[in-house]
Design a protein around this ligand. Structure first.
Ligand code: SF4
Length: 476
């Protein structure tokens, strides 16, 4: 029987896209200098926006983002930068980290003159992504980082100084900070798993190619490359750790920028790398703590508890928790703007965020556990099913941050149309994406009712997560 070898228009289009992507990877590999020039441009803009507003008077009512540097910097950082860097992770992986991130560029630059110390074990602790994310999120709320320039200098500037110090101490020409300690490394790593493009390794081609002359595992030479974020490129099978810098493109004829299904890494790779740290980050961080952090200032529950506690304290003649304030770098303190948090406010803020993290985290864990039980319990399966929640978890963090975008623009009289509809569509779309991932993961080990039961458990977890955002955007 004759076998048809005809090439369909779709095949031709796919081949064209593959070739263009591979070319783009090679272009990045050859034009490292151009990428570094872009990075230094971003560093210059970043340093001005982080540092200068902290030394200017606070903006008054006549200030707008087009005539006041402080307002512009607030909008640039919290209205554009953070929400859309998150989106970029899902679209092009961690290209932000490898091409644009000023902190990454500075820590790598500093590590040229590093003392070259070996990376100590405390830095490689797997809990940092959660602890650093939680710490900066909570501290940011305590000092109102979204509203004032000095906290921006403390949070972002402090992080940048820490990145440079780590660069000066550990590794050589590396990004030890980014690999282990950056507060958003964990969130970026989980979101990049959804990216439809990544640098991919052809293991057979790697094994078949001759080793570059003089190279060893620890000291590459010749046509070798420097992977600054310390990715073990030879065994790389996901996009979570790769900064998409392109330096390894074409290496041994085995590495290239290529397409992949946005479900591939979660369904076919994440199961072989069960990670308690990422599970904690997704369930208790992105879907728990972040919800509390974005919710507390709009929550009627917060106000009810505060009033009840204040009344109870006043009746007992204990007024100091209501009257004591702290410096701005511990708790928001701007009396000239009628924006002061008392000790009571601060304690309740921390309590609210902690309660959201614990209640939502445990409830979501319970639902994922039920989904896992439907397939037959195993810890690895629990971690794998948790990864299916990444789309809806990422959507929540994006919506929380982009609410600031909407607020900033509204403050300047710019109304974005259909905001509610877009939020609803994003929550629905990412929930369906998570459910589809759960169906696919469950299908690896079960059929029929067990598969449906596991998917239902994840669907319930999506519904619980969405309910927190429904309260914030539509009910309160
Ligand atoms: S694996 Fe390393 S060298 Fe290759 S693109 Fe990613 S970050 Fe760059």
């Amino acid at each position: 029987m004759a076998v048809s070898t005809s090439v369909t228009p779709r095949d031709a289009r796919d081949a064209w896209i593959d070739a263009k992507l591979a070319d783009l990877g090679q272009w990045m590999q050859r034009h490292g200098g151009t990428i570094r020039t872009i990075q230094w441009g971003v560093v210059a803009v970043y340093l001005v926006l982080v540092a200068v507003p902290a030394f200017l008077p606070l903006p008054d009512r006549s200030a707008h983002l087009w005539n006041n540097l402080t307002v512009f910097a607030q909008f640039a950082f919290w209205g554009i930068w953070w929400p859309f860097v998150l989106v970029s992770m899902v679209v092009v992986g961690r290209a932000w980290c490898g091409i644009l991130c000023p902190e990454g560029a500075l820590t790598e630059f500093a590590s040229r003159w590093s003392l070259g110390r070996a990376v100590p074990r405390w830095i490689t602790w797997g809990g940092w992504p959660f602890v650093a994310f939680a710490g900066t999120t909570v501290y940011g709320q305590m000092v109102s980082v979204y509203g004032y320039p000095k906290p921006v200098l403390a949070v972002l500037g402090g992080s940048t100084v820490a990145a440079i110090l780590v660069g000066l101490l550990y590794g050589r020409n590396k990004r030890v900070w980014c690999r282990y300690l950056c507060p958003v490394n964990g969130v970026f790593a989980v979101l990049a798993k959804l990216a439809p493009v990544s640098f991919q390794v052809d293991y057979a081609a790697w094994a078949a190619s001759p080793k570059p002359r003089g190279a060893t595992a620890s000291k590459p030479r010749g046509d070798s490359f420097n992977c600054a974020p310390l990715v073990p490129v030879k065994t790389m099978n996901g996009a979570g750790a790769c900064h998409m810098c392109g330096r390894c493109s074409g290496y041994r004829g085995a590495v290239r920028l290529a397409r992949r299904s946005p479900t591939h890494e979660i369904v076919h790779v994440a199961g072989s790398e069960p990670s308690l740290d990422q599970t904690m980050l997704i369930l208790f961080g992105m879907m728990g703590l972040a919800v509390g952090a974005f919710q507390w200032s709009s929550s009627p529950w917060f106000i009810d508890v505060k009033q009840a506690l204040a009344t109870w304290l006043i009746e007992r003649g204990t007024t100091w928790p209501l009257e004591t304030t702290l410096p701005w770098y511990i708790l928001t303190n701007y009396p000239e703007h009628n924006d002061v948090l008392s000790l009571l406010d601060g304690g309740l803020l921390l309590g609210y965020i902690a309660a959201a993290a614990i209640v939502l985290g445990l409830s979501l864990s319970g639902l994922v556990a039920l989904a896992t039980l439907a397939l037959g319990w195993s810890r690895a399966r629990f971690h794998h099913l948790t990864q299916t929640l990444i789309p809806v978890a990422g959507c929540g963090v994006f919506l929380g941050l982009s609410a600031l975008t909407v607020t900033f623009l509204r403050g300047d009289g710019i109304l974005i149309p259909y905001v509610s509809e877009m939020r609803a569509a994003l929550l629905l779309g990412t929930s369906l994406w998570s459910v589809w991932l759960a169906w696919s993961v469950a299908g690896l080990s079960a059929r029929g009712l067990r598969r449906a039961g596991a998917t239902l458990g994840i669907a319930a977890a999506c519904a619980l997560s969405v309910s927190g955002w429904v309260l914030l955007f539509w009910i309160w």
